[in-house]
Design a protein around this ligand. Structure first.
Ligand code: 9QG
Length: 151
């Protein structure tokens, strides 16, 4: 089977793709794009397989919401339901503006930086070895999704 690409260029949304090289400590996933002017929400999911919720489990759901006063909801979807939310009442994204999200995967957590600044940490709830797919959807456009870091 061919290896998944290290770069997805201008993927149409909703997008589901394999994580190049699989999840491992030191992997950096870079998502460049723009928030739509009319944005309510968008989401980035690191998930187990390419099915849709609720058929698949989501290890990390990153969900900026403009329709709730500007917050970012993080969660996992396990055993058929959404689990405990971790909310940040800070909004690093602006409708109509470009962004770069860098997600560093470590043995213990996802570390998210937005536009070059650390934003939040989400500790693993699902073992990394079960996570193999990235999914992006909602009110944004994506210029590229790339994977950097250890082979
Ligand atoms: O609302 O919250 C995160 O805790 C749910 C949302 C859900 C998640 C979840 O409906 O939305 O954000 O797949 C979904 O339904 C996502 C997009 C309690």
């Amino acid at each position: 089977m061919a290896a998944p690409p290290a770069l997805y260029y201008k993927p149409p949304l909703p997008f589901t793709g394999a994580i190049c090289g699989g999840m491992r400590d030191g992997l950096i996933v870079v998502i460049s794009g723009s928030v739509l002017q009319s944005c309510c929400r968008f989401q980035i999911n690191f998930q187990c397989g390419s099915g849709q919720v609720p058929q698949t489990e989501v290890a990390f759901h990153f969900n900026p919401r403009f329709d709730e006063g500007g917050c970012v909801v993080c969660n996992s979807f396990e055993r058929g339901k959404w689990q405990q939310e971790e909310r940040t009442y800070e909004m690093p994204f602006c409708p109509g503006q470009a962004f770069e999200i860098r997600i560093l995967v470590t043995y213990s957590s996802f570390l998210v930086a937005v536009n070059g600044k650390h934003f939040l940490e989400f500790k693993h709830r699902i073992p990394l070895c079960r996570v193999d797919t990235i999914n992006v959807s909602g009110d944004l456009s994506v210029a590229s999704i790339s994977f950097q870091g250890p082979p």
